[in-house]
Design a protein around this ligand. Structure first.
Ligand code: AGP
Length: 601
């Protein structure tokens, strides 16, 4: 999604802050970039299609400028080109925008009647014209932006400059992320903290329709035209977390951070044994039905969580894709719990699903990674994963942290229901689990062999049953999104109902067998594809490891506490996807067409 950076400051450092900040937001996905900056007494606007470096080549970064806004655009209205890229200027107003204005056509007709004409195809230019029109009538930007909040429907994070107020940067947001950061004789706005982390870690979270007024030495926040007090937060992540620390890609760094992330996520709940786990989580006893709602990989963690909660905690769980959930009839009541899983906490479809549950007075629990994100703030309960800053678009450590959190929830419910009595076993295994994860990550030669075997194929199949099917889905998504190889995950028992017709000689099939209860069934399905010429890559556990003629490669992972076994099984799937993408020379951290946080519906 789009990225926003804004600057106002005595150090006249605007262009460096804007360009460096936009570069840290590249992971959000974009197809054009632009800046508007004060140069002497004028606002200069420079925009360019494509990568930020194309924009940078049109700028002299050493130009002294005390005020500016920058933007990376992920096209929603109008194709990716210079005209449609931001910033947009209409009359005295210059803005950058992240989000979608849903009633832009209606507003465009009204504005045209007032004599406005439009150069671009964007909803943003229309919002800019609206602000300019209201400002020409009211000449009080705070009142104007409050009025805009009533008139604009949809989502927006806006950075705003005004020709006759060139010492000030304004900002307002609704349902799109935007933070206000406090520096030393300079202040900033940004879509995400890493954009300005090298300058400060002090920031303010704007609530919907609060207006921020920033000058070089002051930040004021308004709500309904009145000044309000806001907490100043300290961002825990440091700049190093946003650097690669010697790895070729953020994704590889984040894969290797998983052992620490799992330890950080789980151990905080056991600082006082099982009592702290029960104390720090919602009381699940009152629920007899759970809906898990999410998108993409977060949806896959929901499927894994379903297997764990249903089998060990004996509560029925429905797992739904957020963009589907919003439009379906819901069978929920006061004994239902809706769990929203989201790394960014800003995924528009997941926010919408959360709001549906809230509107129906259903208890909601958010499992999110970003402190203070929209989903975290709007859910009744929130459990934070401790994955730290995840830059790569393809999630790995946040995915694993979500699975760990769901395992904790299953464990909590099972323990409080008396289905599990020994709480020490889980805690004791935690250290072993981290060591086993590290051992797998330090011994990936077999994974490299598999990657070399499949990196030039057109199609790959993933098979699994039960919890292994949810892992197959995540393994398939990882491969697709970073290597661009088509793949499909199939419930192993389902293949023979049609898709096995696609299996031919040397078709790669990655088969996951870790669940003892259904291992034999899955092995039978594997033999069916092997018999038809498939090249089988088997991922199994030490306990299930046996010699057979139904595989070409066998990757064995150690056994661990059953609730967190999938945290080991996912590692070969992540590494294979990464190595295949690397062999194919793909843009691993920023795959084409993808955004890290999908803040549009
Ligand atoms: C995962 O590799 C993808 N980048 C994507 O599916 C992601 O999981 C999905 O967009 C959900 O994002 P969220 O967790 O921030 O809500």
């Amino acid at each position: 999604m789009c990225g926003i950076v804004g600057y106002v400051g005595r150090k006249e450092n605007a262009l460096h802050v804007l360009i460096e900040g936009l570069k840290t937001l590249e992971y959000r996905g974009y197809d054009s970039a632009g800046v508007a900056y004060l140069d002497k007494n004028n606002i200069n606007i420079i925009k360019e299609k494509g990568k930020i470096v194309n924009l940078e080549n049109k700028l002299n970064l050493d130009t002294k400028s005390s005020l500016g806004i920058g933007h990376t655009r992920w096209a929603t209205h109008g194709e990716p080109n210079e005209i449609n890229s931001h910033p947009h200027k209409v009359g005295k107003i210059t803005i950058v925008h992240n989000g979608i204005i849903e009633n832009y056509e209606e507003l465009k007709n009204i504005l045209k009647q007032s004599g406005y004409t439009f150069k671009s195809e964007t909803d943003t230019e229309i919002a800019c014209a609206l602000i300019d029109k209201l400002y020409s009538e009211k000449n009080d930007i705070i009142k104007v932006l409050d009025k805009c909040a009533d008139l604009l429907r949809g989502s927006y994070a806006l950075g705003i400059l005004i020709d006759d107020d060139l010492n000030t940067l304004y900002a307002i947001r609704k349902d799109s992320p935007l933070i206000v950061a406090l520096g030393d004789n300079e202040n900033y706005i940004a879509s995400d903290v890493p954009a300005i982390l090298k300058y400060t870690n002090k920031y303010i979270l704007l609530e919907n329709n609060e207006v921020a007024k920033l000058t070089n030495n002051n930040v004021t926040v308004f709500k309904n035209g009145k000044i309000i007090n806001k907490d100043i937060n300290t961002f825990e992540w440091n700049v190093e977390a946003a650097m690669k620390n010697g790895y070729d890609h953020f994704m590889l760094k984040e894969i290797h951070e998983q052992p620490k992330v799992i330890y950080d996520t789980v151990s905080t709940f056991f600082n006082n044994g099982i009592d702290s786990l029960i104390e720090k989580m919602p009381d699940f006893k009152k629920y007899n039905k759970i809906h898990i709602v999410a998108c993409g990989s977060a949806y896959h963690t929901g499927l894994t969580g379903k297997s764990l909660i249903e089998r060990y905690a004996d509560i029925p769980v429905d797992v739904e894709i957020a963009s589907e959930y919003r439009y379906k009839k819901l069978f929920l009541d006061e004994k239902s719990l809706v769990i929203i899983i989201s790394q960014s906490g800003e995924t528009a479809d997941s926010i919408a699903a959360l709001r549906i549950a809230n509107d129906n007075n259903i208890d909601t629990l958010a499992i999110v990674n970003v402190v203070g994100s929209s989903i975290a703030r709007e859910a009744k309960y929130v459990l934070y994963t401790k994955a730290g800053c995840e830059i790569a678009v393809a999630t790995t450590k946040a995915y694993s942290a979500q699975v760990a959190m769901l395992a904790l929830i299953a464990f909590n419910i099972a323990y409080t229901k008396g289905f599990i009595s020994n709480s020490n076993e889980f805690m004791n295994e935690l250290n072993n689990l981290v060591n086993k994860m590290n051992h797998l990550l330090d011994n990936i030669d077999e994974y490299l062999e598999v990657a070399k075997e499949i990196y030039q194929v057109e199609h790959v199949f993933f098979l699994g049953r039960g919890i292994d099917y949810s892992l197959a889905m995540e393994g398939s998504l990882k491969l697709k999104e970073i290597s661009y190889i088509h793949s499909e995950a199939y419930a192993a028992g389902e293949l023979k109902h049609g898709t096995i017709s696609l299996i031919e000689k040397d078709t790669p099939v990655i088969a996951i067998v870790t669940d003892e209860k259904i291992a034999e069934k899955t092995i039978s399905n594997i033999k069916e594809v092997k018999a038809r010429g498939a090249k089988v890559i088997l991922i199994t556990t030490e306990k299930l490891n046996k010699v057979g003629d139904y595989y070409d490669y066998k990757l064995v992972v150690p056994n661990t506490y059953i609730l967190v076994q999938s945290l080991l099984t996912i590692l070969p799937l992540q590494i294979i996807a990464y190595e295949v993408a690397k062999l194919r020379g793909c843009d691993i951290d920023k795959p084409r067409n993808l955004a890290k946080s999908v803040t549009v519906e």
